[in-house]
Design a protein around this ligand. Structure first.
Ligand code: J9N
Length: 292
C-alpha cells in the first residue's frame, strides 16, 4: 500500500515514523510520504490561503497549490506515469480489491464518520492520499476537480472540531495501517475485535492478584474457561449498556443467548422482534419501537 499525506505542517506527521507504522515502512509493507503543501506555491510568501468569497470569518485554502500537490501524489502512485494516460492493459478495474482509483481522504468535521468499517475498506486499497486542510477549509472546487482522478472521501473523526486534518490523519493511518497484512505481528490480535458482536471489550487484569487491597475477580483465577467466557460476556454487555446505548440498540437479537438477554434486562433492555429496545416500565411501546 502507498500513502501520501499533504499538509502545511509536515512535522506533525513525524509520529508516523514511530512504532508499528514506522516498522511497516522499514519492512516495505507500507510506502508513506509526507509533502509540504507550500512546495506547490509560486509566490515569494508561499501563500496557501486567502479570504472567503461571500465574506465570513477565517481563511480558505487556495485551489492551485492543492491541485499541483494532489497531481504530484497521483504521479507518485503511478510510478511516474502520466495520470491522463489510459489505464494499462490488465490493470484492475474500479471496484476490485486493491485496484480501482486512488482514494483521496479529506478530513473534515463535515465528512462521513470514520469507523472500523472505513478502516477495513481503505486497508484494501492500493493508494491513499490524505489532504490535511487548515483554517476554514479548502476551496470546494478542489474536491470537484479531484473527483475526476480520485474516489474522494470527506471523512470526520467524530463530532468535535480540530484545528486541522493532521491529528485526524494520524489516527486514520494508524487504524488503516494495522489492518494491512503483515503490519501487526500477531494477526490474532485483529481477530478478537472482529468477533466482538458489536459490544465493547471486557475489562482485563494482570499480576499481582491483589493490588492495593483490590483483588482480581476470582473467576479469572478459577481456571473454569466456560465460567470465564460467560463472565467476560456479561461484563461486555453491562459495559456496553452503561456507556454505549447506541450499540445496544443496534444489536441483532440473533447474537443474544438467554444469559445475554437476562443481563441486558437487568440493565433495562429487552428484545422486541428484530430489535433490542429500552424496557418501558409504563407498559406502552417506546416511540418508534417496532411491534414484535
Ligand atoms: N472530525 C474532525 C475533522 C476536523 C478538521 S479537519 C480540518 C480542520 C478540522 N475536525 N474534526
Amino acid at each position: 500500500m502507498r500513502i501520501d499525506v499533504v499538509s502545511i505542517f509536515p512535522e506533525y506527521l513525524a509520529a508516523l515514523d514511530l512504532s508499528l507504522i514506522g516498522k511497516a515502512r522499514q519492512q516495505g509493507l507500507l510506502e508513506l510520504t509526507v509533502t509540504d503543501l507550500r512546495e506547490f506555491t509560486g509566490d515569494r510568501h508561499r501563500t496557501v490561503d486567502d479570504t472567503p468569497y461571500g465574506g465570513g470569518a477565517g481563511m480558505v485554502m487556495k485551489p492551485e497549490p492543492w491541485a499541483l500537490a494532489l497531481a504530484a501524489a497521483l504521479r507518485a502512485g503511478h510510478g511516474g506515469a502520466d495520470p491522463a494516460a489510459p489505464a494499462p492493459v490488465g490493470s484492475a478495474p474500479v471496484g476490485t480489491a486493491g485496484g480501482g482509483r486512488p482514494v483521496l481522504v479529506v478530513p473534515s468535521p463535515a465528512g462521513e464518520v470514520f469507523t472500523q468499517a472505513t478502516a477495513r475498506e481503505l486497508a484494501l486499497r492500493e493508494h491513499l492520499v490524505f489532504a490535511c486542510g487548515r483554517y476554514e477549509g479548502i476551496d470546494e472546487r478542489v474536491v470537484d476537480w479531484a473527483g475526476e482522478h480520485f474516489e474522494v472521501r470527506p471523512t470526520s473523526l467524530g463530532d468535535y472540531v480540530l484545528n486541522g486534518g493532521e491529528v485526524a490523519v494520524l489516527a486514520m493511518v494508524e487504524a488503516i495501517g494495522r489492518l494491512v497484512p503483515g503490519v501487526v505481528g500477531n494477526p490474532e490480535s485483529l481477530v478478537e475485535e472482529s468477533h466482538s458482536d458489536g459490544l465493547l471489550e471486557y475489562p482485563v487484569y494482570t499480576k499481582p492478584a491483589v493490588w492495593r487491597e483490590r483483588p482480581v475477580p476470582e473467576v479469572l483465577l478459577s481456571g473454569h474457561h466456560g465460567r470465564i467466557s460467560r463472565w467476560r460476556r456479561d461484563r461486555q454487555l453491562q459495559r456496553t449498556a452503561a456507556r454505549r446505548p447506541d450499540l445496544v440498540a443496534a444489536l441483532d437479537p440473533a447474537v443474544l443467548d438467554r444469559s445475554d438477554r437476562a443481563v441486558l434486562a437487568e440493565e433495562g433492555w429487552v428484545v422486541a422482534g428484530e430489535h433490542v429496545v429500552r424496557a418501558d416500565p409504563s407498559g406502552h411501546d417506546a416511540p418508534g419501537a417496532p411491534v414484535a
